[in-house]
Ligand binder design. Structure first.
Ligand SMILES: *[C@@H]1O[C@H](CO)[C@@H](O)[C@H](O)[C@H]1NC(C)=O
Ligand SMILES: *[C@@H]1O[C@H](CO)[C@@H](O)[C@H](O)[C@H]1NC(C)=O
Ligand SMILES: *[C@@H]1O[C@H](CO)[C@@H](O)[C@H](O)[C@H]1NC(C)=O
Length: 769
């Protein structure tokens, strides 16, 4: 699995390594790897006294030397261990074994946000702090830096009595590292150490302490206490606070310098549920071939069944389509957008032209006088010289100059270090087509400006047209009120959902660009070894940053409405999200400059105040998810791996994926195979049934449909629904009559129920394959 920030290129590397497990497994049949052994606990052979004895005996029968890494009791039944491929095949044949699944590797994928989300203006709508203090947000990440002021517990009441967690002691982490804010801290390293070797304690702490920064950032974004006078070097100055500033935090460290491993993640989710968290936040993901093999999806199923809301990052694979992770329909999948805040610097060229870029560099600025500027491609012998990869710049050609580097290949801050090490005076970081006009600010180690593709092209053409090109870069500032905002971040992973095209993902977007939140004392803001600066707050970007915004907001909704199920909370967040600006124009995609679609933003951008009072919601019970698994044609073993329950799909029921009571619609249509584009073929008719639950006063709602899809007729029956009581349920059917379209076509529509006070909106996406 992978942490989902856009900060460090090593995660890309990890992704490449892990993709090998599909194609290179022939390499060493005798090599051991970690497997999760899912056991059919209700069918334990009678010879055994307890499950552990049974699990151990199963393991011993195939390997004398194998040790159990973890026993799983809550989100999974079974254990994890290291086995050869042969041993794994042997154990799979034994009685009572549901599945033997190789562990997946996962990668890790704020001051302004409360105002931007309208939380400050509508304080009176939100639940009292005492109620928020009853909610516990569990964060699976790189741990925490407990000394941060963001974990100050002043003013918080006693730890909720329901809490059963612990503050695990370890390297540089004591029982007094926890308090009434950070109420629990655990670490899970057995899977990591089995795969990677013993933790090098000179590099990272074998304890819940965060040596990376990612986990401190995500947990304080979700539920950090308010800290006045926060900033990064004076940038983004203000009061920093998490979305649910009075909620409690419990940290589960599962990600280490070499990545995050499935056996550790599953063990952490197991414990988190037993400990009593209400919300789980996971800013990490992997590429999973199926739900029953994905530890996050498995853990999240049991969490959801027990009323725990699970929010996950969508991934940083954008703007490519079909780049999502964490698409299980019981997970809330979060993409990223920009704020109305940026950090401009001004680039002046020798020809008098001025351009705007972004930077969080805080050292001595360049002087106003112009100095030579060079394009890295002209100052390197390497074929990819324009990328400023380590030791590829020719010092003789860059010394004392501003160097233009192209984005991609290594991390953005690394490029600055490469220029600095080669003797460069400054850097312009130019987007290529992939990133369009997206501008991410970083705490560079030298004067720098990140610029969009158009600006980068203009600067490069000036360099090649002038015999002695010159430039300078101004000092940086913080700018508020930038419009339009939000924009969809270029890196935010996009639909369609390749695993289940009938479920629209991502579910929604939240702030994930240039977010200020707490940081580790272990490394500087760039995370580079040579960065000796220490900061209490850092500004970073990724869907890793947007996910904990939704986790914290879910905690607020849970505090306001303790009886709401995870599906109701998600529905409230989705149906009240906005997909247009106040002007009525669709939220823009920064990578293309075009209007976004539901494949970019799902239901839209979160609007927390509206989510408190959604009017109607689409609830889903665990039985609904079972029906979904039946519609996937999963075997009873596969269903049991995910759910730990015996569930037999009924032979005479027609299970359909599109029948899951989801707050959005994805309609997967087939292009007829006949040559000639299917002209004259009969239209396809698809029906979706949905059930609404009233969470407001008695009211009558009318439906309206707006469509950008002339090739699909949309009919809703009935067109009006009256609710006389709270929690009353009413169903409706949407019929889509679609003409044939060329394969690869997409189009979109929106369905909205309104009683004049509440607008309950759902996006609709059509794809033809
Ligand atoms: C241990 O924690 C303290 C803060 O209490 C910190 O100053 C120190 O750098 C940490 N040491 C390591 C090795 O992480
Ligand atoms: C690049 O090539 C030139 C000419 O062949 C050579 O003098 C120089 O040392 C090379 N520079 C690097 C950084 O490899
Ligand atoms: C499940 O099986 C049925 C019957 O064979 C088939 O029509 C359907 O497409 C399958 N569904 C999935 C998701 O594979």
């Amino acid at each position: 699995m992978k942490i989902q920030t856009c900060r460090v290129s090593q995660w890309f590397l990890l992704f490449l390594i892990s993709s090998c497990s599909c194609s290179c497994s022939f390499a060493a049949a005798q090599k051991k790897k970690t497997y999760i052994i899912h056991m059919d606990r209700t069918n334990m052979p009678q010879a055994f006294d307890d499950h552990f004895q049974w699990y151990d005996s199963s393991l011993k029968s195939v390997s004398d030397s194998a040790q159990t890494l973890y026993y799983y009791n809550t989100v999974a039944h079974g254990f994890s261990t290291r086995l050869t491929v042969e041993e794994a095949k042997l154990i799979e044949k034994q009685q009572g074994i549901l599945a033997v699944i190789p562990e997946l590797k996962y990668d890790l994928h704020t001051t302004r946000t409360p105002e931007f989300l309208g939380l400050e203006k509508s304080v009176s709508f939100f639940p009292a702090s005492v109620k928020v203090g009853e909610v516990i947000v569990g964060v699976l990440d790189t741990g925490v830096w407990p000394e941060l002021e963001s974990f100050d517990d002043t003013g918080l009441g006693p730890v909720p009595v329901s809490w059963k967690g612990e503050c695990e002691v370890g390297k540089n982490f004591t029982s007094s590292s926890c308090n009434r804010k950070l109420i629990g801290a655990r670490y899970f390293s057995k899977g990591y150490e089995a795969a990677f070797g013993a933790i090098d304690e000179s590099q990272e702490s074998k304890s819940p302490r965060d040596d990376d920064g990612h986990g401190s950032h995500t947990s304080t974004t979700a539920a950090g206490s308010a800290v006045t006078g926060a900033s990064l070097f004076g940038f983004a100055a203000g009061t920093a606070k998490g979305m649910a500033a009075e909620a409690r935090v419990a940290t589960y460290k599962v990600c280490w310098l070499g990545g995050c491993f499935g056996s550790d993640i599953l063990a952490a989710m197991d414990k988190a549920i037993e400990d009593g968290v209400n919300v789980l936040s996971l800013s990490l993901g992997g590429s999973s071939p199926d739900y029953y093999r994905d530890n996050v999806a498995i853990g999240a199923f049991s969490a959801t069944a027990q009323g725990v809301f699970v929010s996950c990052s969508a991934g940083n694979g954008g703007p490519s389509s079909g780049s999502l992770s964490n698409v299980a329909p019981w997970i809330t999948t979060v993409g990223a957008g920009t704020l109305d805040r940026d950090f401009p610097v001004y680039v002046t060229l020798g020809n008098g032209k001025k351009f705007t870029g972004q930077s969080l560099y805080n050292g001595k600025p360049l002087s106003d006088s112009l100095i030579p500027i060079v394009y890295a491609a002209h100052a390197s012998n390497s074929t990819s010289g324009s990328l400023c990869l380590t030791s590829t710049l020719n010092p003789a050609k860059v010394a004392g100059k501003i160097v233009v580097c192209d984005r991609g290949g290594n991390s953005r801050v690394q490029k600055g270090l490469v220029v600095k090490d080669a003797g460069g005076a400054g850097m312009i970081l130019a987007n290529t087509e992939t990133y369009g006009e997206e501008q991410l600010a970083d705490a560079h180690l030298l004067p720098a400006a990140a610029v969009g593709q158009k600006t980068g092209d203009a600067i490069k053409s000036y360099i090649s047209s002038d015999a002695n090109p010159t430039a300078t870069i101004s000092a940086g500032t913080t700018r508020l009120g930038v419009q339009p905002s939000p924009l969809v971040a270029a890196f935010s992973s996009r639909g369609p959902n390749l695993l289940t095209p009938q479920i629209l993902k991502p579910d929604l977007i939240a702030p994930g660009v240039n977010i200020l939140a707490g940081w580790t004392g272990g490394v500087g803001p760039t995370g580079l070894d040579s960065d000796k600066r220490h900061v209490a707050f850092n500004i970073i970007s990724g869907t890793s940053m947007s996910c904990p915004h939704i986790s914290g907001l879910a905690a607020l909704l849970k505090a306001a409405h303790p009886d709401w199920s995870p599906a109701v909370i998600r529905s409230a967040l989705m149906t009240t999200a906005y997909s247009t600006y106040k002007t009525g124009e669709a939220i823009q995609d920064v990578s293309s400059g075009l209007p976004s679609t539901p494949f970019d933003i799902g239901a839209g951008h979160v609007n927390p105040t509206a989510a408190l009072d959604p009017g109607l919601v689409y609830d889903a019970t665990i039985e609904d998810y079972f029906a979904f698994l039946c519609a996937l044609n999963y075997s009873s073993f596969q269903i049991k791996v995910i759910s730990k329950k015996d569930f037999t799909c009924s032979g005479n029921k027609n299970y359909k994926l599109e029948d899951l009571n989801y707050p959005s619609f994805a309609v997967a249509l087939e292009t007829p195979s006949t040559k000639g584009g299917g002209e004259g073929t009969a239209p396809t008719t698809v029906k979706y049934t949905r059930t609404l639950t009233n969470k407001g006063a008695p009211s009558t709602y009318k439906v309206s449909v707006t469509s950008k899809s002339p090739s699909v007729k949309i009919m809703v029956e009935p067109e009006s629904l009256s609710f006389a009581k709270p929690n009353e349920q009413k169903s409706y059917t949407v019929t889509f009559v679609a003409s044939a379209m060329p394969s690869g076509s997409e189009s979109f529509a929106r369905l909205e129920w309104s009683d004049g006070k509440h607008n309950v909106g759902s996006p609709i996406a059509f794809t033809w394959t």
